[in-house]
Design a protein around this ligand. Structure first.
Ligand code: SF4
Ligand code: SF4
Length: 470
C-alpha cells in the first residue's frame, strides 16, 4: 500500500509556531541552554526559537550554535564538488532550468568517456568527495545508468587523484532501485524536499512523477528500507515560509529517527537562485541573509549531529559567516552544467545557446581560493571520506557524532587529507597559508599520542604516501 507523508502534519506545524510566539525570554533561554548540552531540540522548541526577534537572545543563540558545531565537528570544513550527469528531466519544477518544458537549455547526458573526463577535472582540483546529480528520466538516465556512473567514477584516477566517496542526489525511486544504488557503493543519498508545504508543492511541481507529494516525501523511508543508512534532506528556501519549513524538517527527522533509529546524516540549505527559463517571477518568501543566519544556527542547535551543507549558491562573504554559524560542509569550484568542468577548462562555459546549467552560482572562487579563505577564518579544509570507508555509517556514525567523539577522528583526518591537497594541488601561496594552518591544528590536538601519530603520518605524506586515515 502506498505510504502517505502523514508525519508532516501541517496543523501541528502552525499550532507549534503559534505557541512559539507566546514563549517568554526565560523560556527561550532555557531552550538555548538545553541546546548547549548537545541534546538537540524538539519541533516545539525549534518553533520557539524561530519566533525570536530580540537581538540579545539571537546573539546568545549564535554563540551557542558556534560552540555546538565546534564541540561536535571541531574546526574542520569538508569540501566536495557536484558532478551533473544529465539534465534530461520528465518533471516540470518551476524553479529549475532542467524542467521538461524549458526549451532554453541544451540537453545532455554524459557518456562513459565524458564522465571519466569530468571526473579527472574534478580530481585535478583536489576533490575526493563528489555528489552526482541528475534529472529524472527513466529513458535517458535510468538507474542502471546511474549505478554504472558511480562505478566508473570510483575507477577513474588521475595521478594521485581519486574519488573516494560518491554521494547521490537523484529523484525519489523504489526500494528495489535504492538497493541497486547501495550495491553500487553510494555514500549518502540526498533528496531535497524543496518545500514541505503541500499546496506550494503542488503549485511548484505541476507534472511528472515528482508532482506526487507523498511519493517524494516518503523517499527516505524507502531508501532506508533498502539499507541506505546515510540520507540527506533539504529545503529549497524561498518557496514558502521558512519557519514552516524548519519545523517540518524537524518532524521529518523525528519520523526517521523513530522508525529507523537514525535521523538525517546531512541537511542542505539551498536558497532559490536564478535559473535560465525559470517560471518564477517574484519570490514573496525569499529568505534574506539575517533570516538565513537564523536558519543555519537553529538547525545546528536542533540537530547537532547532522552535517549542514552549503553550496556555491551563496556569496563568498556570506558563506564565510555561515561557516561559523554551524555549516560543516561546502562545495567548491562547482559547475552546475552537464559537462561543465571540461567546458570551463576549454573556456566554453556560458557560451550562447549551449547553457546546460541548473542554476546560477554566486561563489565562483577556485577551490584554491576557497581553501585559503577557510584557513584564514581559523578552520581547516578537509577532504576526508573516512567514515564511509571505515563502516562508520548509520547509527554507528550517529553514536560518535552525538557524543562529540567524532571530532577525535575528524581533526586528524582533516589534517592528513589537507596535507595531501597541499602537496598535490595547491598554489605556492595556498601551500604557505595551509602549512601554517596545519601546524596550528596539529598543536590543537588534545591527545598527545594521536598528535605524535599525526606528525609521523604527515612525514609519510611528505615522502609520497597517500590516503592515510583514521
Ligand atoms: Fe528535474 Fe530535479 Fe529540476 Fe525538478 S529540480 S526539473 S526533478 S532536475
Ligand atoms: Fe566526515 Fe567522518 Fe571524516 Fe569526520 S571523520 S570528516 S565525520 S568522514
Amino acid at each position: 500500500m502506498k505510504q502517505t507523508a502523514d508525519f508532516i502534519n501541517e496543523d501541528l506545524i502552525w499550532k507549534l509556531l503559534e505557541e512559539g510566539r507566546k514563549a517568554s525570554p526565560s523560556q527561550v533561554e532555557a531552550i538555548i541552554e538545553k541546546a548547549r548540552q548537545f541534546k538537540g531540540l524538539t519541533a516545539a522548541e525549534v518553533a520557539v526559537l524561530l519566533q525570536v526577534g530580540d537581538q540579545t537572545l539571537l546573539d546568545n543563540m549564535y554563540g551557542v550554535a558556534r560552540d555546538v558545531k565546534e564541540h561536535i565537528y571541531g574546526k574542520r570544513v569538508v569540501l566536495f564538488a557536484p558532478l551533473y550527469l544529465s539534465n534530461e528531466c520528465v518533471n516540470n519544477c518551476l524553479y529549475c532550468a532542467y524542467r521538461h518544458d524549458n526549451k532554453e537549455i541544451a540537453r545532455k547526458t554524459l557518456t562513459d568517456a565524458e564522465i571519466i573526463e569530468e571526473c579527472k577535472y574534478i580530481e585535478e582540483m583536489g576533490h575526493k568527495r563528489i555528489v552526482i546529480e541528475s534529472g529524472e528520466h527513466p529513458g535517458k538516465a535510468p538507474i542502471d545508468y546511474i549505478c554504472n556512473a558511480i562505478k566508473t567514477i570510483y575507477k577513474t584516477t588521475n595521478k594521485n587523484g581519486s574519488i573516494r566517496r560518491v554521494n547521490v542526489n537523484i529523484a525519489a525511486t523504489t526500494v528495489d532501485e535504492y538497493k541497486q544504488l547501495k550495491e553500487a557503493g553510494i555514500g549518502t543519498y540526498t533528496l531535497f524536499q524543496e518545500t514541505y508545504h503541500r499546496e506550494t508543492y503542488r503549485n511548484m511541481h505541476p507534472s511528472g512523477p515528482k508532482a506526487d507529494y507523498d511519493w517524494h516525501t516518503t523517499a527516505m523511508d524507502r531508501a532506508m528500507e533498502a539499507g541506505i543508512e546515510d540520507v540527506g534532506v533539504g529545503v529549497l528556501f524561498g518557496q514558502f515560509d521558512y519557519k514552516f519549513e524548519i519545523v517540518a524538517i524537524m518532524l521529518h527527522a523525528q519520523h526517521l529517527e523513530e522508525k529507523f533509529g537514525v535521523g538525517p546524516h546531512t541537511i542542505s540549505v539551498p536558497r532559490i537562485r536564478k535559473a535560465q527559463g525559470s517560471q518564477l517571477q517574484d519570490l514573496p518568501y525569499a529568505v534574506d541573509d539575517a533570516s538565513f543566519k537564523k536558519i543555519v544556527a537553529i538547525i545546528r542547535l536542533a540537530v547537532p549531529y547532522a552535517g549542514i551543507i552549503l553550496s556555491t549558491r551563496e556569496r563568498p562573504e556570506a558563506r564565510d559567516e555561515f561557516l561559523s554559524m554551524g555549516v560543516s560542509q561546502v562545495s567548491a569550484g562547482s559547475c552546475t552544467g552537464v559537462g561543465g568542468y571540461s567546458k570551463a577548462s576549454r573556456g566554453e562555459q556560458g557560451e550562447e545557446g549551449e547553457n546546460t546549467a541548473q542554476f546560477e552560482t554566486e561563489d565562483n572562487r577556485s577551490p584554491d581560493e576557497v581553501v585559503q579563505s577557510i584557513c584564514r577564518s581559523g578552520y581547516i579544509p578537509s577532504y576526508c571520506t573516512a567514515c564511509y570507508r571505515q563502516g562508520r555509517t548509520g547509527d554507528r556514525f550517529m553514536q560518535l557524532a552525538k557524543s562529540g567523539e567524532i571530532q577525535d577522528v575528524c581533526a586528524p583526518n582533516a589534517i592528513l587529507t589537507f596535507k595531501e591537497y597541499l602537496m598535490d594541488y595547491a598554489s605556492p601561496e595556498t601551500k604557505a597559508i595551509g602549512e601554517a594552518a596545519i601546524v596550528e591544528h596539529v598543536k590543537a590536538l588534545k591527545d598527545a599520542k594521536i598528535r605524535k601519530q599525526v606528525e609521523e603520518e604527515l612525514e609519510k605524506i611528505e615522502h609520497g604516501v597517500r590516503d592515510l586515515y583514521y
